[in-house]
Every structure is written in C-alpha cells, then in structure tokens.
Ligand binder design. Sequence first.
Ligand code: HEM
Length: 105
Amino acid sequence: MKKLSLIVLILIVFLLVSCQQDTDTELIELTLEELSYYDGKEGRPAYIAVNGDIYDVTDSFYWQSGMHNGFAAGQDLTDEIINQSPHGLSNLDRVPIVGKIVEGD
Ligand code: HEM
C-alpha cells in the first residue's frame, strides 16, 4: 500500500513538472524603425515604447486601433506620456512589457 502511494505521488509530481508552462517569455528587440510596424492598424499589434521598454497595448480598451487620446502606437512616447498625459508613467504597469528598443545599424 505504501509503495502504491509512493508511485502515485511520483506520478503526480512528474505530471506537475511536465505540465509547467514556460513563464519566461522572451523579450523581443526592435529598433525604432521596426517599432513603427506595430501601429495597431489592420490587425497589426499595437506597441509603444517608453524609456527603452516596449509595451503591448493591443488588448487595451484605451488603445483601440492603436490610438489613444490623439497619440499613435508604433513609436516612442516617453516625452508625451511624461509631459502631456495626466497620468504620467503610472498607468504603464497595467500593460505588459514585451521587449526593448535597440539601436539601429
Ligand atoms: C492627452 C494625453 C492623455 C490622456 C488625456 C490620457 C488619458 C488616459 C486615461 C483617462 C486612461 C484610463 C485611466 C484609468 O482608467 O484610470 C489612460 C490609460 C492609459 N494611458 Fe493615457 N492618456 C494620455 C496620454 C497617454 C500617452 C502619451 C501614453 C503613452 C504611453 C499613454 C498610455 C496609457 C496607458 C498605457 C494606459 C493604460 C491602458 C490600460 O489600462 O489598458 N497615455 N490614459
């Protein structure tokens, strides 16, 4: 009986380990030129860059079609979010970071 419980326990542990999802999602690297593709138009994802990080706003209610209060996705909006938005950087933790900006050639 003890042996059977041990086997069942080992099986459960094995199952749990093998089912574990890889939560370390790879961060992408884009130049500002490449970022411009992700403008949220015609089914493309909507990405914005702030302080070198790329945020995915595709699923955000506030960024439909890649537009938000006159600002368009697909570009660096660091200066705009700090100096022109009423919320500053505070809302950024509500959208996922998917990558970072790299220098072009
Ligand atoms: C005139 C300028 C802007 C206004 C009036 C504005 C206003 C707002 C408002 C009212 C919300 C929803 C806040 C809430 O539910 O508590 C929001 C969310 C947000 N805003 Fe802005 N915003 C402006 C500019 C910007 C800019 C330039 C960025 C650039 C990065 C930005 C990024 C965001 C993000 C990431 C969210 C969160 C979206 C979400 O929760 O899904 N905003 N903004």
